[in-house]
Design a protein around this ligand. Structure first.
Ligand SMILES: *Cc1c(COP(=O)(O)O)cnc(C)c1O
Length: 375
């Protein structure tokens, strides 16, 4: 049996929607992107959503729009995809990492106050694997110290923390539609915000700083435009948006399928005493990745044996502060964040997506348990 690490859930609906766009005269950012933005806002019950070309862009633009610059510090977690902290570095600001909660892998909010300096401007919490950070606690802390919050929601559109949704208590929430995310257009991203001025600024920054978009000029017959702030090109296309709209409609059904698989995996691994992150009471996780924790020194061998059984796995994530660039540029080193290192260096991500059938799920369980017992 061969079990891919990930398979998307794109079907005939997306294919038809895509072809329809290709028959229109304007295939760049136009009215389908607008429709996606409004449907996305509706889903989150948020005021504005701004489609962009990736979550990395969403994070970078959010930081820029909030005037984060050289000399500033932004607090985040080392247990994330490198895009989170790369976006900080790209503004010239310094990423200041905090250790994580050993049970969930989420940034340890109780540590935030110890790392605030006069240069600290913002915090980027990451809703790791879909498990939302305690946004209530974090936003109280942020307002106490006048810090901005940018949520990295690459793993979580569907979740909430005790009823609080992504974007509800932050300046912006940033989403990814990369090929392996819960819904996808290959590449793509979204910024959601309740703040009107930030919305206007982000819309201009996504499109060269222009005061009107090419589509608006075309539809409304406007010829001239001006530029007030610096922007580059971070736009999404109508054909990406067309692919995302049907997936957005099916998103809760896709989540339910992952929830079923999550429960089967979780119960089986718990019964076999295999450690894994927990989901806290009152949290609805976006359920993006399913990870288990193994013996660090045996992880490579375990991955090799799983591959031998046709089970394709990955690691999410090797701690960012240990990557050469971060060690060399900021002086981070092994031992700085023990919980993040324990999790990051021992974790294995298993196949976890709606198209997995029951046979495959049980095949994964059987082989994981057997390999971990015998190694
Ligand atoms: C995928 C991912 C990103 C980057 O998303 P892109 O759309 O690929 O730029 C950022 N943060 C996390 C946690 C991710 O998993």
């Amino acid at each position: 049996m061969q079990i891919e690490f990930f398979k998307h859930s794109i079907n005939h609906e997306e294919k038809e929607a895509l072809l329809k766009v290709l028959d229109t005269p304007y295939i760049a950012m136009g009215k389908v992107v607008k429709e996606l933005e409004s449907k996305f806002s509706e889903y989150l019950k948020i005021k504005h959503s701004i489609a962009v070309s990736s979550c990395t862009d969403a994070l970078y633009l959010s930081l820029r729009a909030l005037n984060i610059d050289e000399g500033d510090e932004v607090i985040t977690t080392p247990l994330t995809f490198v895009a989170t902290s790369n976006a900080i570095c790209a503004t010239g600001a310094k990423p200041v990492f905090l250790d994580v909660d050993p049970l969930t892998g989420l940034i340890d909010i109780d540590e935030v106050e110890h790392r605030i300096t006069k240069n600290t401007k913002a915090i980027i919490p990451v809703h790791l694997y879909g498990h939302m950070v305690d946004m209530d606690k974090l936003s109280n802390l942020a307002s106490k110290h006048d810090l901005r919050i940018i949520e990295d929601c690459a793993h979580c559109i569907e979740g909430d923390f005790k009823g609080i949704k992504p974007g509800e208590l932050s300046d912006t929430a940033c989403f990814s539609f990369f090929a392996t995310k819960n819904i996808t257009s290959g590449e793509g991203g979204m910024i959601s915000t309740n703040l009107d001025l930030l919305n206007e600024k982000l819309r201009m920054m996504r499109s060269h700083g222009q005061s009107t978009s090419a589509d608006e000029r075309y539809r409304k017959d406007i010829i001239s435009w001006d530029m007030h702030i610096l922007g580059l090109n971070h736009k999404m296309t109508d054909f990406q948006a067309a692919m995302l709209l049907p997936q957005l409609r099916r998103m809760d059904a896709l989540w339910k399928k992952r929830k079923e698989i999550y429960q089967i995996y979780y119960d089986a691994f718990a019964a076999n005493n295999i450690p894994m992150p927990i989901i806290r009471d009152g949290v609805k996780s976006g359920l993006h990745l399913f990870t288990i924790w193994t013996d660090k020194s045996k992880r490579t061998e375990i991955l090799k044996q799983l591959r031998g059984k046709g089970i394709h796995c990955t690691m999410n994530y090797n701690p960012v502060h240990l990557l050469s660039y971060y060690q060399e540029t900021y002086g981070y080193k092994l031992g700085d964040f023990p919980n993040a290192e324990n999790i990051g260096l021992s974790t294995i991500s298993l196949p976890f997506y709606p198209l997995l059938n029951s046979n495959q799920v049980h095949y994964v369980i059987e082989n994981v348990c057997k390999i971990l017992k015998e190694i």
